[in-house]
Design a protein around this ligand. Structure first.
Ligand SMILES: *[C@@H]1O[C@H](CO)[C@@H](O)[C@H](O)[C@H]1NC(C)=O
Ligand SMILES: *[C@@H]1O[C@H](CO)[C@@H](O)[C@H](O)[C@H]1NC(C)=O
Ligand SMILES: *[C@@H]1O[C@H](CO)[C@@H](O)[C@H](O)[C@H]1NC(C)=O
Ligand SMILES: *[C@@H]1O[C@H](CO)[C@@H](O)[C@H](O)[C@H]1NC(C)=O
Ligand SMILES: *[C@@H]1O[C@H](CO)[C@@H](O)[C@H](O)[C@H]1NC(C)=O
Ligand SMILES: *[C@@H]1O[C@H](CO)[C@@H](O)[C@H](O)[C@H]1NC(C)=O
Ligand SMILES: *[C@@H]1O[C@H](CO)[C@@H](O)[C@H](O)[C@H]1NC(C)=O
Ligand SMILES: *[C@@H]1O[C@H](CO)[C@@H](O)[C@H](O)[C@H]1NC(C)=O
Ligand SMILES: *[C@@H]1O[C@H](CO)[C@@H](O)[C@H](O)[C@H]1NC(C)=O
Ligand SMILES: *[C@@H]1O[C@H](CO)[C@@H](O)[C@H](O)[C@H]1NC(C)=O
Ligand SMILES: *[C@@H]1O[C@H](CO)[C@@H](O)[C@H](O)[C@H]1NC(C)=O
Ligand SMILES: *[C@@H]1O[C@H](CO)[C@@H](O)[C@H](O)[C@H]1NC(C)=O
Length: 509
């Protein structure tokens, strides 16, 4: 269970008690309906005496529910809707594979070179080289099957069609790598991209990898032949690769000082993941081919044509180990661009929830004169906090915020989301939308991000809670009232386990 933070609990004990009792067998009783406060109302002054005990009690109820459901992985019980949590690294991979030092030494070193962006400074172009140094041990098929099965719910690699089983083993193999901490990164070779401008050169990283094998450094390069970033609108590219490895290549994007950057999440906005529905989400991530969501590829293709010098930056909080699978899908389906995934030192739950902010802040600081179009969906709690947060901290840099309302087209999304931070943002700066086509013909460059034909239903509080709690739209910008909530508690609604876990999750934010 996630560490309890200092923020106040959002749900009253009586409601929790009702939910705990109800979860395995959803027959609900209304408890004190007249005095139950709305769970959607934030009340910073409210304190609870024995929070810890309350949560421990909930945890044991959750454990009970989990065991009654059978084989549910522990990351689900953590209440974080991201099942790529706490992947094994370094020593734990070595021990789970039973590798000796000699065996490991014989395995060649590899590099994950995450496609970087670069900004222009008085010293020329400044490239953010980032990635990971690791070894990829050979794992036999039966062992890979065992390891892959840890990630699947109610099915196994053996039961999947052959191509999906191969994919599941492939993704699992990319997770069971041995990161090389505290080593020097071989020189990074930089070359012109497809006979474009620039000079070949070797870049040496100034320090060793982190204990988790990561590297992340802005380094000036020799910019001979390249156009200055203050004198062009065009994105220039360079080919880069980490020498002494076979797979460490990536294209670097040299991004001019001014212009538009689309910052896009990937899961459930660019592809169908169903991250909020773990059984499906896992199959979609480990086994099945990636499928684009609706006609988002057309929308992005249109943006890259009608806004010709747009920089695309794919920023997801998936762990670094699955970066390549995502790159492959994006480059086949969407405009090419730079990437950010979750560095390995952000591993516990609270760090996981802060990584998006960390990466976004770095991007905004690197391009203080560019304007950003932020795109994602409502099932990410960090997005719901960080995207509007960036508008509040850097209003001049946020051109548009586009959020897909995942629940509107997929009722299996039971994760609540908070629209509170949108309260003071002008409507023309953002849009919640339902279908990809809602983004057609929006005049992004003209500073209007809202398609007036899409009704907005923001309550400026929690939305998407079970029983429709919190769904009454705000009246004149005031917080929604809670009469519906209490009434709803008397209704025998099909509360799923995941809705329940998601409520636990929300209390901890
Ligand atoms: C596969 O590898 C594991 C160790 O990773 C070993 O215990 C097992 O005997 C191997 N199986 C086969 C069929 O080689
Ligand atoms: C662009 O930056 C370079 C390097 O700092 C500088 O020499 C040049 O004068 C600048 N160009 C413009 C148009 O400001
Ligand atoms: C996964 O599959 C791709 C394409 O078949 C292959 O190039 C890659 O080496 C595989 N990765 C692993 C970790 O097995
Ligand atoms: C990394 O390189 C530096 C500078 O050449 C050297 O001092 C250091 O010992 C090297 N570290 C390792 C782990 O080889
Ligand atoms: C490549 O690896 C070899 C053996 O580990 C090492 O001696 C050599 O210095 C490396 N080359 C570079 C460019 O780092
Ligand atoms: C740069 O790296 C390449 C590829 O590893 C190597 O062949 C070349 O000698 C290096 N050049 C310099 C100047 O170090
Ligand atoms: C790396 O190189 C391979 C082979 O040249 C190519 O297929 C792949 O697209 C490159 N990857 C990136 C990120 O540039
Ligand atoms: C992770 O490492 C980066 C440098 O690579 C550092 O800036 C950041 O603060 C670290 N974050 C955490 C949570 O340790
Ligand atoms: C370039 O990016 C670095 C790293 O984020 C930042 O410190 C620097 O201020 C940026 N330079 C300019 C000219 O924006
Ligand atoms: C999202 O869709 C659901 C289902 O249609 C709706 O109840 C909710 O109000 C929508 N949320 C927003 C912010 O539009
Ligand atoms: C807002 O609610 C209306 C009515 O339920 C629905 O048609 C519309 O799609 C919702 N808007 C969004 C963005 O979900
Ligand atoms: C793409 O752009 C064209 C021309 O502006 C427009 O007619 C079309 O509707 C757009 N399609 C999408 C999917 O945005």
């Amino acid at each position: 269970m996630a560490r309890l933070t200092t923020r106040s609990l959002l749900l009253p004990a009586s409601l929790l008690a009702a939910l705990v009792t109800a979860a395995p067998n959803p027959v609900l009783e209304a408890r004190d309906p007249l005095i139950t406060p709305s769970p959607a109302r934030r009340d910073a002054t409210k304190t609870y005496k024995n929070r810890r005990d309350l949560l421990d009690g909930i945890q044991s109820d959750v454990d009970g529910i989990l065991s009654s459901l059978g084989n549910v992985p522990s990351y689900v019980a953590s209440g974080v809707p991201d099942y790529f949590q706490n992947l094994p690294t370094g020593d734990s991979v070595v021990s789970s594979l039973g590798l000796s030092d000699e065996q490991l030494a014989a395995v060649p070193t590899q590099a994950l070179n995450i496609p970087p962006y670069a900004n222009f400074t008085d010293q020329g172009w400044n490239v953010r080289f980032h990635g990971n140094i690791y070894k990829q041990p050979t794992i036999n098929q039966s062992k890979l099957n065992d390891l892959a099965n840890v990630f699947l719910i109610d099915t196994s690699v053996e039961e999947l069609p052959a191509d999906q089983a191969d994919e599941a083993r492939n993704v699992t193999a990319s997770i069971f790598v041995v990161q090389q901490g505290d080593v020097n990164v071989s020189a990074i070779r930089v070359e012109p991209f497809e006979n474009g401008p620039g000079e070949g050169q070797n870049i040496t990283l100034p320090y060793e990898t982190t204990p988790e094998g990561d590297f992340d450094a802005f380094l000036p390069i020799n910019s001979n032949g390249l156009r200055n970033g203050n004198e062009t609108q065009e994105i220039q590219k360079l080919a880069t690769w980490v020498t002494n490895t076979t797979e460490g290549n990536a294209t670097a994007y040299l991004v001019p000082n001014e212009g538009l950057t689309v910052v896009s999440d990937i899961d459930d906005i660019l592809r169908i993941t169903k991250i909020y529905d773990p059984k499906e989400g896992l199959l979609n991530s480990f086994a099945r081919p990636y499928v684009a969501w609706e006609n988002m590829p057309d929308i992005y293709a249109n943006w890259s044509q009608s806004l010709p010098n747009t920089h695309f930056h794919y920023l997801t909080t998936l762990p670094e180990q699955v970066t390549r699978n995502y790159e492959e899908f994006i480059y086949d389906t969407y405009p090419a661009g730079s990437f950010d995934t979750r560095p390995l030192n952000f591993s516990d739950v609270s760090a996981t929830l802060s990584i998006r902010q960390f990466l976004l802040t770095k991007l905004f600081e690197t391009f203080p004169q560019r304007k950003f179009i932020l795109v994602a969906d409502t099932s990410n709690s960090d997005v719901m906090r960080d995207y509007p947060g960036l508008y509040h901290s850097n209003p001049d840099q946020v051109q548009c915020i586009f959020l897909r309302n995942t629940t509107a087209t997929d009722s299996s999304d039971r994760f609540p989301y908070n629209t509170d931070s949108f309260k003071d943002i002008p409507q023309e700066k953002y849009m919640f939308f339902v279908n990809a086509d809602d983004l057609t013909n929006i005049n992004i460059a003209g500073n209007t991000c809202y398609n007036t034909s899409i009704p907005q239903n923001l309550t400026f509080g929690y939305q998407g809670l079970p029983f429709g709690i919190g769904d009454q739209p705000a009246v004149n910008g005031s917080a929604n009232n809670d009469t519906g909530a209490a009434a709803a508690l008397g209704v025998n609604t099909g509360l799923t386990f995941f809705a329940f876990v998601s409520m636990l999750f929300w209390q901890l934010l």
